[in-house]
Design a binder for this molecule. Structure first.
Ligand code: SF4
Length: 401
């Protein structure tokens, strides 16, 4: 699986939204974002559910209208890169005809919500009530405002950032965290009402407002510990059978690889693919042969694949802010990454691929590659490294997580 790509002239994409440096901006299908390799469109598929045929068709569209790179984000959304001003609209039109696309407030729940025997409560009624209640305010809420409804099942949502987080408790109660406040325990009606009240307040404050403006982070809780990849449960048991996770290395695949996998899944009789957090795709009732095919195409299919422990953005191969080819470096370093160690390779100090602290972070800078230990990409590096000696530099830091 390759990560390199052709550059699109910047002048060809000047009419669109500025890139990731613009505060509060989020790309959508109909308002793609300018990046270093053209326009990037994010597709929020309703429920995160696609048939293999829909996935194959979407991969075809990505190659036809974009540069052929498809991503699954940390929140489980699809992204298509390298669109142009002339191809973005026909791409959006074709995708809308192919798939139901979610708009409005982001309310995330597990991709197997309602089918997971480990769930403490049913999350979908809350999701539906919050979406319905927030429908009239969606236009006034900032694009990054989000709600997470976590019913405690097999797919962990703890790493997803949220303005408002609802976590299921026994006896039909929910722990509701507003911004950085202490969680409060409410019944379902109270949890929905409180969520909508806070969303209403944010909508009244305008599109820059976030829940932490109303409920600041408590002193002493700002510093987050270093985090690595989530648990890899394989397979996940569902009420309807089972589903097998595979992951896109560094969240990215070529459309040809995705198309080949989707077509193999269709032939194998798979009916449902689920977009999942942490750059994963869940394949319902997949055979061992199909998962072996995914591995042969370059997808991650095992928990011990070292690429699971590396976060990497596209870097200078698709972002104007990038100083290094982050995913190429990540691919090269993966075989040497000591067991248990989490590495973040970031094109610049913004740290988009892993905003939290990581055991080791390599960050592109104008003067070289910074090494940050147990910190974020924006932290002051311990030293500045030469790209030719990166693997040597990993060895003395094997204890970092
Ligand atoms: S972290 Fe990566 S994707 Fe984000 S702005 Fe920097 S180079 Fe671009």
């Amino acid at each position: 699986m390759t990560t390199g790509l052709m550059q699109t002239p910047a002048s060809a994409t000047a009419a669109f939204v500025d890139g990731p440096t613009r505060r509060g901006a989020c790309p959508t299908l109909h308002a793609p974002m300018q990046t270093g390799d053209g326009l990037l469109a994010r597709v929020r598929v309703v429920g995160g559910l696609l048939s293999p045929g829909q996935m194959a068709a979407l991969a075809t569209l990505a190659a036809r209208h974009g540069n052929g790179l498809v991503e699954i984000t940390a929140r489980g959304n699809l992204q298509v890169r390298g669109l142009t001003p002339s191809s973005a609209a026909p791409f959006a039109e074709a995708v809308t005809a192919l798939l139901p696309v979610q708009t409005g407030l982001v309310v995330d729940c597990s991709p197997v919500a309602g089918l997971d025997p480990d769930e403490i409560a049913a999350p979908r009624p809350l999701v539906a009530a919050i979406r319905a209640g927030a429908a009239t305010m969606a236009e006034r809420l900032g694009p990054k405002v989000s709600v997470v409804v976590d019913a405690g099942g097999q797919v962990s949502l703890t790493a997803l950032k949220a303005d408002i987080r609802l976590v299921a408790l026994p006896d039909q109660h929910w722990a509701v965290t507003l911004g950085g406040s202490k969680p409060q325990v409410l019944d379902m009606d109270g949890a929905v009402a409180t969520t909508l009240a806070v969303l209403g307040a944010l909508a009244a404050m305008g599109p820059d407002a976030r829940a932490t403006d109303l409920f600041p982070t408590r002193p002493g809780t700002e510093r987050q510990p270093a985090t690595g990849p989530r648990e890899w449960n394989r397979p996940l048991t569902l009420h309807t059978g089972q589903t097998i996770p595979i992951a896109l290395p560094f969240g990215s695949a070529r459309s040809s690889e995705l198309q080949s996998f989707a077509e193999a899944a269709k032939v194998a009789g798979v009916t449902t693919l689920r977009l999942a957090p942490d750059h994963m795709l869940l394949v319902d009732n997949a055979s061992d042969d199909l998962i072996a095919r995914a591995a042969a195409l370059g997808f991650i299919t095992t928990a011990d694949d070292p690429r699971r422990r590396i976060s990497a953005c596209i870097g200078n191969q698709g972002c104007a802010s990038g100083h290094i080819a982050a995913r190429d470096i990540a691919s090269r370093l993966a075989p040497q990454l000591p067991a248990g160690q989490h590495l973040h390779v970031s094109g610049c100090p913004k740290g988009c691929a892993h905003p939290r602290p990581a055991g080791l972070t390599l960050v592109g800078r104008p003067d070289g590659i910074g090494l940050v230990i147990n910190g974020r990409a924006g932290d002051t590096p311990e030293e500045i490294l030469d790209e030719a000696h990166l693997s040597d530099a990993l060895v003395p830091h094997q204890g970092a997580r």
